[in-house]
Design a binder for this molecule. Structure first.
Ligand SMILES: [Zn+2]
Length: 652
């Protein structure tokens, strides 16, 4: 009496990828419903509804992509070969702010699923916004996924605040918990993009519903230095102190961690996702994978998002993981092919906390499997002497295009390279349409320095009429003397040291951008405060009264990045540094208020003194009145009117 089953795969070279690495060179797999019933020499024991003769092809578990941002397929190739901050803050985040909506997320995820199915991935761990749209698209495509709703301290495309995104995560978890394919989860983005409060709240939420917590940890050395500086400890102990590991953590990257941190991850039962391509492409480094595995950490392999990879091909990731481990250790026996393949299957499933569901072909686990053809020219011949040779064949020679058929949860998603759950042509067309809209948005932005400034965090505009005049001074004595007389009333005095970087553009209509760092000084010249800001000054659109009246637009923005960031982002055609010591007074002269700046230059013209007098004005009449007084004030302060100069030192 034979046992009934739904599908029986026969004549297969079965790699179970179980803990013993059992192989059945002429084996079968029996599937009932969504589960594996039996594996091995079991053909005679089953009465299948459907028999599939695999013709000697490989049958193995589908890959587990342990870390990705599936919807980012829609940003693939958008901006590459840039430093992390320019890439992220200059391109990814502005485009995400503008375009990421549930329809973007659904389209990107479907496209990702098509690519993943084609390359043999049946399970992925995701982290993005509108995660319910990721979950829905993955479930429709029939792919298993751990879907984690992002929470961070900034405003996100799907939430105005961290409280909103946490609430969103809670709703999402309640809605999707218990789904046969989708495991909902929460994703505090990273310790440096979250507060202590957020990390704790996310860990509590994950524990409350017993769902995984997906995060990025110790991706760059900068992150570790920052953590040491701010918290006095590296990233993993800090996260532990915030009780993050009370939850079942899946930590992406862990590139820069020491042995103690590895032990802490192992003790906490945390999984790690190794993303070799992303870490190389963004110049982050190489994670100590062999060491982590030796210490008992479950390390899976991930592609990361396609904006930093730029594909979801697990064959490439597995090969790179195996090669890199050898390259950085100088030891060719490090991370053998078989173990690298396990990282992408059984160990990867454990890392994403689905170890009892998928990742190996064993009775009781879900039927998540792939059929791979090793008969292509790049994979011929095959040797029988070493039964383990098949692993190195898969890792070092096979390609994603060798995947012929894919089954997930007992259902076929691809048969003989034909996708069964997704309309590939339709996805290609829709992705092309959206890409054209994103292109148009960026092209428009690239044409304008102002638009680029707005894209990275807003700028407040101030259009101003100004009456202003500048002069070179032989000595500052006259200014000090004049300010002490009754003729001029000093209302306020400030002293600071200024470091300016001016960026110029080929098209003068773009104006000039100034990055200024002000150090405020007290009476004893000690720095009491500092700030940095950006000012985009448009060209003077009008000048009158002997160039004393200027009309121009100015946009201010807080400078939250380094001058290097702005240089790489705005790509100015030339730049100029100015450093000076500035005394600034607000004075009243003949009943009119003026700002007086006495500048002692360091760069350029070291030692030179300049005087600048200016006043805001709102009408031509007011401007004419002030223009008459301003030259008198200039003379009173000890400057010679015939030595006045045009706007700005940078023009000198
Ligand atoms: Zn990531």
């Amino acid at each position: 009496m034979r046992t009934p089953c739904d599908v029986l795969l026969t004549n297969a070279h079965v790699l179970t990828m179980d803990a013993q690495y059992a192989v059945h060179p002429r084996g079968s797999v029996a599937i009932g419903g969504s589960s594996i019933l039996a594996v091995g020499d079991i053909e005679a024991e089953y009465e299948p509804s459907e028999t599939v003769d695999c013709g000697g092809r490989i049958v193995m578990p589908g890959f587990v992509n342990a870390h990705t941002h599936a919807p980012m397929t829609m940003l693939r190739g958008l901006a590459d070969d840039l430093r992390l901050d320019v890439w992220l803050m200059g391109y990814m985040m502005p485009v995400e702010r503008e375009f990421v909506r549930p329809d973007f997320v659904a389209l990107g995820t479907k496209l990702a699923c098509a690519e993943m199915i084609r390359s043999g991935t049946t399970c992925f761990a995701d982290m993005y916004y509108f995660e319910e749209a990721v979950a829905e698209a993955a479930a429709d495509a029939g792919v298993r996924a751990v879907c984690a709703q992002t929470v961070l301290k900034f405003r996100a495309p799907d939430a105005a605040s961290f409280e909103d995104s946490l609430e969103r995560a809670r709703k999402f978890i309640v809605q999707w918990k218990g789904h046969p394919l989708i495991v909902p989860a929460v994703a505090p983005h990273a310790p440096y993009t979250c507060t202590s409060e957020i990390l704790r709240a996310c860990a509590e939420l994950a524990s409350e519903f017993s769902v995984p917590l997906h995060t990025h940890l110790a991706e760059t050395s900068f992150e570790v230095e920052q953590s040491r500086r701010e918290h006095g400890m590296p990233v993993v102990p800090w996260a532990k102190k915030q009780r993050l590991f009370d939850a079942r953590v899946l930590a992406a990257h862990c590139v820069h961690i020491d042995e103690g941190e590895m032990r802490a991850l192992a003790d906490a039962g945390a999984g790690v996702a190794h993303n070799p391509t992303s870490n190389l492409k963004l110049g982050s480094g190489v994670a100590p994978v062999a060491k982590m595995l030796a210490l008992g950490v479950a390390v899976g392999i991930g592609t990361d998002g396609t904006a930093s990879n730029n594909d979801l091909d697990m064959f490439e990731e597995i090969r790179l993981a195996a090669l890199l481990a050898k390259g950085i250790s100088g030891d060719p026996t490090s991370l053998p092919a078989r173990e690298a393949l396990a990282m992408a299957t059984r160990i990867g499933a454990k890392a994403v906390h689905l170890g009892d569901v998928t990742g190996s072909l064993e009775p009781g686990k879900r039927a998540d499997l792939i059929v791979v053809d090793l008969d292509q020219p790049h994979n011929v011949p095959r040797f029988a002497r070493d039964p383990g040779a098949v692993y190195s064949q898969l890792v070092y020679a096979s390609k994603s295009t060798d995947v012929v058929s894919v089954m997930c949860d007992g259902k076929w998603l691809m048969r003989e390279r034909r996708l069964l759950t997704l309309d590939e042509a339709g996805l290609r067309a829709a992705a092309g349409d959206l890409a054209r809209r994103i292109d148009a948005f960026l092209v428009k932005r690239e044409q304008s320095v102002l638009q680029k400034l707005i894209a990275i965090g807003g700028a407040s505009e101030e259009e101003s009429f100004e009456v202003q005049v500048k002069a070179r001074l032989g000595s500052p004595d006259g200014v000090q003397r004049a300010l002490a007389t009754d003729e001029i009333t000093v209302i306020r005095a400030v002293h600071y040291h200024q470091y300016d970087t001016y960026f110029f553009f080929d098209d003068p209509a773009q104006g000039r951008l100034r990055y200024r760092e002000d150090e405020f000084l007290d009476e004893r010249n000690n720095v009491v405060n500092a700030r940095a800001r950006l000012t985009l000054t448009g060209p003077s659109s009008e000048a009158a009264f002997g160039s004393v009246l200027l009309f121009r637009s100015r946009f201010f923005a807080p400078a939250t990045h380094s001058p290097r960031f702005y240089r790489e982002y705005f790509k100015p055609s030339r730049e100029r540094a100015v450093e000076k010591d500035r005394h600034r007074w607000l004075v009243a002269f003949h009943g009119v208020q003026f700002h007086v700046h006495l500048d002692h230059l360091v760069i350029p013209h070291p030692g030179a003194y300049f005087l600048e007098v200016k006043s805001r004005t709102w009408s031509r009449r007011d401007a004419r009145d002030k223009a008459a007084i301003i030259m008198e004030l200039l003379e009173t302060l000890g400057a010679r009117p015939d030595e006045t100069i045009a706007e700005g030192y940078v023009e000198l």
